[in-house]
Design a protein around this ligand. Sequence first.
Ligand code: NDP
Ligand code: 8X3
Length: 250
Amino acid sequence: MIVLVTGATSGIGKAIAEIFAANKYDVIITGRRKERLDTLTKELTEKYAVKVLSLCFDVRDKQAVEQKLNGIPSDWKKINVLVNNAGLAVGLGAIQEGVVDDWERMIDTNIKGLLYVSRTIAPLMISNGEGHIINIGSIAGKETYANGNVYCATKHAVDSLSKAMRIDMVQHGIKVTAINPGMVETEFSLVRFKGDEERAKKVYQGITPLSPKDIAETVYWTASRPANVTINDIVIMPTAQASATVSVRK
Ligand code: NDP
Ligand code: 8X3
């Protein structure tokens, strides 16, 4: 069995790559940070004795996505599971004060990147006669919160595209699942606040957030259901978080 995980250099994607490797999947890992891909390749190979193919590219670069993914060796092309995980929030501010470059980074990564990867891998799954696409959405794709405007819109797009993919590919037996987490402690807030560690730390203060492993276990559970079962959509929250805007801090 083969899984392809985008954005495996950190956080949720890294934990997903690890849980599939632990369950004897060969793993294709992607991201922009080559040293981290190299380290993870070594870790997974040594710890789990699986094969790892590491592909370094930016999901926003359509040509690179096509070139890297179409160029994988033929014995790697029987991809059973694609996890569209690469994504980010950049900034948190009112629409009327928005930073257009930040908006474009989010739209290009979270929507267009996911589309480029899916457009390349879905036909392979169809020709293989089976496959499972798992999109990492967010509570921000189910609700909207103050100053989250464009990030929320990109994750609403992931919600909508997951439904659309399911309809378009049901005739080919391809499963499509969306996993929508609340707060997960990763590098997400560090990226959102452009390296401001103090501000990033405050996001998780007084609350026990989800861990990347919590999400990875859920992703793996959806991928390990019997052939006749598809989990369409999951919203997974820390126990102390009721909605995008309501949480209890101690
Ligand atoms: P991290 O910042 O820890 O990880 C993000 C991953 O995405 C990294 O591996 C990064 O790799 C990759 N990535 C980002 N931009 C690009 C790009 N342009 N090209 C290729 N890879 C890219 O954050 P998380 O693990 O938290 O985020 C993973 C997903 O989970 C995202 O889609 C996020 O929106 C979603 N999510 C996160 C939540 C949270 O609270 N943390 C909650 C709900 C959803 P590299 O930098 O090496 O390219
Ligand atoms: C990440 C969760 O609530 O910060 O998608 O948008 S939130």
